[in-house]
Design a protein around this ligand. Structure first.
Ligand code: ARG
Ligand code: ZN
Length: 463
């Protein structure tokens, strides 16, 4: 929902305008707009996202056959042109086949080039114009393997799909503007064999069944980055209850034991609300789906996804991400410590509150590696590329940075900083520089050296 890297876009636009000059037949072509950029300009994933428009809402209709792995789908994307647009891209994996595209109800020309779906509307879109692009597509979605070797996207399981999309899996199952700076609301209408359940983000609004097929409708009412979307399918015990003032919707794979899973959420959310401000979403819960080949959990918005029943630490980690990562989202992938460092620190806070492990013990354990250990060579602010996004220092050294900041400014200022961060950037994007500026503003101190030492310089900081 937000614009991003105006300069980069301006340059791309200027270059495109310049390059197309000899080809255009008349001056009218320039008035008619220029192509949107094929990427959002993130150095870690240059092709991710697209320029020239801002997506506002996705209405996804997915019909999935679990036995064959076949998807038949329609994506209706409401967007606004942020430049006069002769054509634009959506990100969609080339393993899926597009059958038809319309823009504002009129058939549009399209081409699939790698993971870019290039759409040329019958008429150019003036800057500021709202438009609706509808893509009909089908095929067998397959996950991608990330630069760090982990599986990402539409990951098939023995009874359905484990669907986790950080950092780049969203393109494996629906067309969109898949950079985290373009947040949007969603509606998911998912039809599966009625022996299966389809779980997505937000509120469950309908469940119907007919002729052996069940349709689940979910609405994510608050803006969401596409890496946080999920449509996870399988045999699940689905529960939807009001607990302690929250709507808690959980789905648990009967192959796994997760006693009291739903009931474990309100105490964690209450504690984090008292520290970080109100829980930002209309519902909560989680999905526990047996997926032995997946080595991580994910903070899918409103409803984190776990490959096994979560420990208290992991549950707290993913719920803390709802404030830090989901509601306030980084502006670029290199700012990932704003997610993982914060969620790790929150995990330490929860274990301290439970009496399982003191905050100091968590800090000391993280600080323990000797100075020549590899651990200290990757500073968390810009971990050096997409293969290092989820390296330990991003989590642990990120969390240590917050603890050192707290020691420096005191508890009152520290928690004011966290609450202000969550409220000022609610449903938005922000980067490390904005966090440093906020910390200095609230505390009234110069913190450049502290942040440089902990976030940017290789080597073990002394205490
Ligand atoms: N953000 C997740 C967490 O809660 C980790 C995601 C890892 N993703 C991956 N493709 N390896 O820490
Ligand atoms: Zn995390």
């Amino acid at each position: 929902m937000s614009d991003f890297m105006g300069m980069k876009r301006f340059l791309a636009l200027a270059a495109a305008a310049f390059l197309s000059l000899p080809l255009s037949t008349s001056a009218v072509a320039a008035q008619d707009g220029t192509p949107g950029a094929p990427g959002a300009g993130d150095p870690y994933f240059p092709d991710q996202g697209n320029g020239g428009y801002d997506a506002g809402h996705y209405d996804l209709r997915l019909d999935y056959e679990t036995a064959s792995g076949r998807l038949d789908a329609t994506a209706a994307v409401t967007a606004r042109a942020t430049q006069a647009l002769s054509r634009f891209d959506l990100d969609l994996a080339g393993t899926l086949t597009v059958r038809a595209v319309t823009v504002n109800g009129r058939p549009a020309a399209y081409a699939q080039q790698g993971s870019e779906l290039v759409v040329t509307p019958a008429r150019s879109l003036p800057e500021g114009r709202d438009f609706l692009v509808v893509v009909r597509y089908d095929g067998r979605p397959v996950h991608v393997v990330d630069p760090d070797g982990s599986v990402d996207g539409w990951i098939r399981t023995s009874d359905g799909v484990f669907n986790a999309n950080e950092p780049q899996g969203a393109m494996t199952w629906y067309p969109g503007n898949h950079h985290m700076t373009d947040k949007a609301t969603y509606r998911f209408t998912v039809t599966v064999p009625d022996t299966r359940v389809a779980v997505a983000n937000g509120d469950l609004v309908a469940r119907t069944s007919r002729a052996g097929r069940a349709t689940y409708v979910w609405e994510a009412r608050e803006p969401m980055a596409s890496y946080l979307a999920t449509v996870t399918i399988g045999k699940f015990a689905l529960a939807d209850a009001r607990l302690g003032g929250y709507r808690v919707t959980t789905a648990v794979d009967p192959k796994l034991e997760a006693p009291g899973f739903a009931e474990r959420h309100p105490p964690v959310l209450d504690y984090f609300s008292s520290l970080f401000g109100p829980y930002p979403f209309s519902s909560t819960g989680g999905i526990v789906d047996h997926a032995p080949e997946v080595g991580y959990a994910l903070e899918t918005q409103t409803r984190p996804l776990y490959p096994r029943a979560p420990s208290e630490a992991l549950l707290a980690h993913e719920l803390a991400h709802q404030w830090f990562g989901d509601s306030v989202t980084p502006a670029l992938w290199r700012d990932i410590w704003l997610n993982e460092g914060f969620a790790t620190y929150a995990e330490w806070l929860w274990l301290d509150k439970l009496g399982t492990r003191s905050l100091q013990a968590s800090f000391d354990a993280a600080y323990a590696p000797p100075a020549d250990d590899e651990f200290w060579q990757t500073p968390p602010a810009d971990p050096g590329g997409p293969a290092n996004l989820f390296h330990d220092p991003v989590y642990d050294r990120g969390a240590m940075t917050l603890h050192v900041l707290r020691r420096e400014v005191g508890d009152d200022a520290f928690f004011t900083i966290l609450r202000t961060w969550a409220s000022e950037h609610k449903y938005g994007n922000a980067d490390t520089a904005a966090f440093v500026a906020l910390a200095e503003r609230v505390s009234g101190r110069q913190l450049g050296t502290l942040f440089d030492t902990w976030l940017r310089k290789p080597g073990k900081p002394s205490l």
